[in-house]
Design a protein around this ligand. Structure first.
Ligand SMILES: Nc1ncnc2c1ncn2[C@@H]1O[C@H](COP(=O)(O)OP(=O)(O)O)[C@@H](O)[C@H]1O
Ligand SMILES: [Mg+2]
Length: 320
């Protein structure tokens, strides 16, 4: 009773007054599927695939020309790494890029097998050979850039090449073991990897790599990690944050929702709901190019409009 009498009931004044409401409680969609992201995908730039949306529904993308020639995706098992690679690859293929999958697990991107501009390396020797070809291609393209009198970005280097590198940690360790069996002085897959990481930007050769834990040792050197200027973290530990997002302030807790994580770049971590494409949708997008809107039969369109109307009504009731 004493408590009630002395309690300050003017809630407008107090310890919390003047503080902003945390933005992490904003409206993230539970799922960002192909249907709802179609327009955002269509309006993404040729070199800037859509990654997802932020809590205000705004697109979060990564520009491979300007922000970050290479992207690192770090997440625990089941954290959505392959789904992120799938949506980046499908969008890049839709825009005329070539994609090279390096996948020791062999089946992470079945959807891409047989696509005209996708190449798949699924064994360690194949991955080694693919990296060497890519490294040599980077050198060839850099000679083209060097000889070209105009602006670097207009040099006729050929189609953009995106390398989807699964399981970087395991692959690197095994490649290093194989390298010891090669003749001394060979141009190895590790050399090629470094060359792509350091010279890929002008050559339009980009690596999107997946690691469960991207330690310096796993990447083959701290200087290599610096070339991944965009780092995506999902299902991460405090230790992973300290390693990869140290420039983004104090560790923020890992979001628990499916397909949710952080896109870290230039000292800022943006919470993002990542795009989810099914394997069929990814293949369709990659094959057909981006289509802003599928022309559906009139009856289906009417049905969808009615359903959207009902949903809006339910949502507005829910918010009262
Ligand atoms: N963006 C997303 N939205 C919704 N569900 C997702 C998303 N990303 C992943 N998932 C779910 O998590 C599962 C595991 O994702 P996956 O990319 O295979 O994980 P990882 O490669 O990190 O082991 C998917 O099969 C899917 O069910
Ligand atoms: Mg995976």
């Amino acid at each position: 009773m004493g408590l009630v009498n002395t309690m300050n009931i003017d809630f407008s004044q107090g310890l919390y007054s003047g503080l902003a409401t945390p933005v992490s409680s904003l409206n993230f969609p539970e799922l960002l599927d192909y249907e709802s992201a179609r327009d955002l995908i269509a309006s993404a730039g040729e070199s800037a695939p859509l990654l997802g949306v932020n809590g205000e529904g705004e697109p979060v993308s990564v520009c491979l020309d300007e922000d970050s020639p290479h992207v690192l995706v770090n997440a625990g098992s089941g954290g959505g790494k392959s789904v992120i690679l799938r949506s980046v690859a499908a969008q890049m293929l839709a825009r005329g890029s070539r994609a090279v999958f390096l996948d020791v697990k062999r089946h992470s991107h079945r959807w891409a097998k047989g696509l005209p501009n996708a190449h798949y390396a699924a064994t360690l020797p194949e991955i080694g050979n693919a990296l060497i070809s890519l490294g040599m291609e980077v050198h060839r393209r850099n000679e083209v850039v060097e000889a070209f009198p105009g602006p670097i970005e207009e040099a006729p280097v050929g189609p953009r090449l995106v390398v989807l590198f699964e399981e970087l940690n395991a692959t690197m360790t095994q490649l290093q073991a194989l390298d010891r069996k090669l003749p001394r002085g060979s141009y190895t897959a590790m050399d090629a990897f470094r060359d792509i990481m350091f010279m890929g930007r002008a050559a339009k050769v980009h690596i999107v790599a997946v690691a469960q834990f991207a330690s310096t040792a796993a990447l083959g050197g701290g200087d290599i990690r610096e070339n991944f200027s965009t780092r995506i973290l999902a299902r991460y530990t405090k230790q992973a944050w300290t390693m990869l997002a140290y420039d983004c302030g104090l560790p923020q807790p890992s979001p628990e929702q499916k397909g949710r994580g952080m896109v870290c770049r230039a000292g800022k971590a943006r919470q993002t709901q990542f795009l989810y494409l099914t394997e069929e949708e990814a293949a369709e997008l990659a094959r057909g190019g981006h289509r802003p809107e599928r022309r559906l039969p009139a009856t289906v369109r009417a049905h969808r409009r009615a359903r959207a109307g009902r949903r809006a009504l339910v949502a507005s009731r829910g918010s009262l």
